[in-house]
Design a protein around this ligand. Structure first.
Ligand SMILES: Cc1cc2nc3c(=O)[nH]c(=O)nc-3n(C[C@H](O)[C@H](O)[C@H](O)COP(=O)(O)O)c2cc1C
Length: 195
């Protein structure tokens, strides 16, 4: 069981990163192999241009850190995706990576059309934090993450949504949330195989 952590915030050591670290601890405790974390903010990732070239042959025209990042996503059995809410959605660095998974969706679709059986299903676990507790504050990011997992032949299997943490380190005053993150990491490692 290979677990890939994705640190979706550009703020190093911030709230979502601490949630992610707790989840990683839980996954390791449960025996998972934890891969090196992917930090979209540290990558050179051009936004998807919607050129539709990947619809033809499953190849992306962009030559930056995207293809290597997508390979790392593809190598994981489970993904722990941690991010803050930015304007009711995901931070743009992470959203750029999400949009670039379009090529994976098309690659899968082209294989399906050719009759190739689907890849082994991947599991996704979401850890989100937000500065407020506004109604539906997590809805946009959650739907984006769900759609992205779909492109990866994955399904959202668990989530932790933590409202009311704003300044960096505020999550340290929420030990229950950190404990829940650890439990989610354990669950990710022990989740039975998807049908
Ligand atoms: C550009 C930006 C946009 C934000 N938008 C929202 C928002 O729409 N709703 C909200 O509740 N918090 C919002 N926040 C607050 C962050 O979600 C909050 O500070 C979070 O704890 C940051 O997590 P991090 O430390 O992992 O980066 C925003 C913060 C920034 C910097």
């Amino acid at each position: 069981m290979r677990v890939l952590p994705i640190a979706g915030s550009p703020r190093t050591g911030g709230n979502s990163q601490r949630l992610l670290e707790a989840a990683v601890e839980g996954a390791r405790e449960a025996g998972a192999e934890v891969l090196d974390a992917l930090r979209p903010a540290d990558l050179r990732l051009a936004p998807c241009r919607g050129c539709d070239r990947c619809q033809r042959d499953g190849v992306c025209v962009l030559h930056d850190d995207g293809p290597a990042a997508l390979l790392r996503l593809s190598a994981a059995d489970a993904i722990l995706l941690a991010a803050p809410i930015y304007f009711s959605g995901l931070p743009s660095q992470l959203k750029a990576l999400v949009d670039r998974t379009q090529v994976l969706w098309w690659r899968g679709e082209l294989l399906r059309r050719a009759g190739t059986p689907p890849a082994r299903p991947r599991r996704g676990y979401l850890l989100l934090c937000a500065g407020t507790h506004r109604a539906r504050v997590f809805d946009g990011a959650r739907e984006t993450a769900r759609a992205c997992l779909y492109a990866l032949d994955g399904r959202l299997r668990g989530e932790l949504l933590v409202p009311d943490v704003d300044e960096s380190g505020a999550i340290l005053r929420r030990p229950e949330a950190l404990a829940q993150a650890r439990a989610l990491g354990r669950a990710a490692a022990l989740d039975p195989a998807l049908p």
